[in-house]
Design a binder for this molecule. Structure first.
Ligand code: GLN
Length: 468
């Protein structure tokens, strides 16, 4: 038996070790369990650790992903104790693909946040610097992969919750094209935006995991047939036209160290054979955040209406049904879901619907068209994933608008339903910087190809220095 270095081994390498019979599934699983034992006390990535039987490569799932027989809380007290009686399609596909559940990872409550500090069960910490956030909402999945507590994981992304934590933890994260991955059995936040996707150490692992979960699902009518995933091999970018949206490059609030790492990656794109030119997404960048913060809370206010103390999880006592509803929701929801339920209910109310929700939907169409125009000239666009590296725990917790600004660069493409891949492109002050690659709908294979070539050339060491 060989030593299983959970910090370094990719899922692809683990699979080779298994195939060659150098270690058993049990030994591999136990190695990750031991890493969780050792590091999760500090980092708090897991809400539940699972010990089920089975063979195969271990995987961690964000706790918005419904798992039969395993508590699924979405980071909320209102779902505490909720044990789904069925698997989400993605969980079922992981099982069918020979993956074995390691545990459920921490998330901002109902995936609302950018730091995992909104989890009702306490924040996760960044393995590169535990005084800092791992990003969010999927900070638990990202930090678990970066700290060698899971070889790979699934997250969910509404406005950046896969891409941004992957950037802040030095991982590869894919938010797939809307409609390629089933939302059946996944706790809903904003249904027209939510998409599940892989968080991995390498682009090839990302492509492998995407191929396990993607594809039409009769249980989710928004899903489509997906082109076969191509495992990337090429180490050049020959023939690719890459756009740099100037409003993203020059956006206010981009840290100099982030801008510098991204500029180096853009220069590298040219060296690798891509044709690089500037492009423009003025309205998407200016109106993306306000548009998102109308649409997402509006849909959330409707989706969260189901938590009434009768059907799921937590129930407060009351003298009558109305009081049970009111107390359950008052005690069960934290501040951020409450804020969004109020905003969303207002935006949808008679008399305001056209002015807010209706207008935001019109802006969404403008953003979709603006991206479509850019993709007439370019195969991909690139920007920073997050304007900043990982920030300190507590730094933005009391300032919702500063927290919302974390998603300035991830949100526009989410609104347009487009796929985005974040890969690490360097360090700034010893913390990872993410590069975001966006393509047109169903361009995952192009994103993998470009991401893999860049990953090879960048040669980023994904093991946090303090854990080496
Ligand atoms: N940070 C964004 C929000 O708070 C995006 C979250 C997500 O993608 N789930 O809504």
């Amino acid at each position: 038996m060989r030593v299983i270095d959970t910090l370094r081994l990719t899922a692809e390498e683990l699979n080779a070790i298994l195939t060659r019979g150098e270690a058993s599934s049990r030994e591999i699983f136990d190695a990750y369990r031991a890493a969780i034992e050792e590091r999760d006390g500090e980092l708090h990535c897991f809400l539940h650790v699972h010990d089920g039987e089975g063979e195969g490569i271990p995987i961690a799932l964000k706790d918005v992903i419904g798992t039969m027989g395993v508590e699924t809380t979405a980071g909320s007290r209102i779902l505490a104790g909720y044990v789904p009686v069925y698997d989400s399609t993605v969980a079922a596909r992981c099982k069918a693909g020979g993956l074995r559940l390691l545990g459920k990872t921490n998330t901002d409550e109902f995936a609302m946040g950018s730091s995992t500090e909104n989890s009702a069960f306490g924040p996760s910490r960044n393995p590169w610097d535990p005084a800092r956030v791992p990003g969010g909402s999927g900070g638990g999945s990202a930090a678990a992969v970066a700290a060698g507590m899971a070889p790979w994981a699934l997250g969910s992304d509404t406005g950046g919750s896969i891409k941004q934590p992957s950037a802040l933890c030095g991982n590869v994260g894919l938010r797939p094209t809307y409609g390629t991955v089933s939302r059946y059995g996944v706790v809903a936040f904003a249904s027209s935006l939510d998409q599940v996707g892989p968080v991995t150490k390498t682009v090839r692992d990302n492509a492998l995991l995407y191929s396990v979960i993607a594809g039409r699902d009769p249980a989710d009518s928004t899903t489509v047939d997906v082109p076969a995933t191509e495992l990337p091999e090429a180490e050049d970018l020959n023939g690719l036209r890459i756009g740099v949206p100037v409003e993203m490059r020059d956006a206010p609030g981009i840290e100099p160290g982030v801008a510098a790492a991204v500029a180096r990656a853009v220069a590298l794109c040219e060296e690798l054979g891509a044709e690089v030119d500037e492009c423009s997404l003025p309205r998407s960048v200016e109106y993306g955040l306000p548009c998102y913060y109308l649409i997402a809370p509006a849909e959330a206010s409707s989706n969260l209406a189901r938590y009434d103390g009768v059907r799921y999880g937590y129930r407060a006592d009351g003298d009558n049904l109305t009081q049970v509803y009111e107390r359950t929701r008052d005690e069960g929801f934290g501040d951020e879901p409450k804020r969004r339920i109020m905003l969303g209910t207002y935006a949808l109310s008679a008399g305001y619907y056209e002015a807010f929700y209706g207008k935001a939907q019109q802006v969404r169409t403008v953003i979709i068209r603006e991206h479509a125009e850019v993709f007439e000239r370019f195969d991909l666009i690139v920007s920073a994933t997050s304007p900043t590296v990982a920030f300190e725990i507590g730094e933005r917790a009391d300032d919702p608008l500063a927290m919302y600004a974390s998603d300035l660069l991830t949100i526009p493409s989410c609104i347009a339903g487009l796929p985005g891949l974040s890969i690490p492109c360097g360090l700034s002050d010893g913390l990872p910087v993410g590069l975001q690659l966006i393509g047109p709908q169903l361009s995952e294979n192009t994103l993998f190809r470009a991401g893999h070539a860049l990953e090879r050339a960048l040669d980023f060491d994904f093991v946090p220095e303090r854990l080496q």
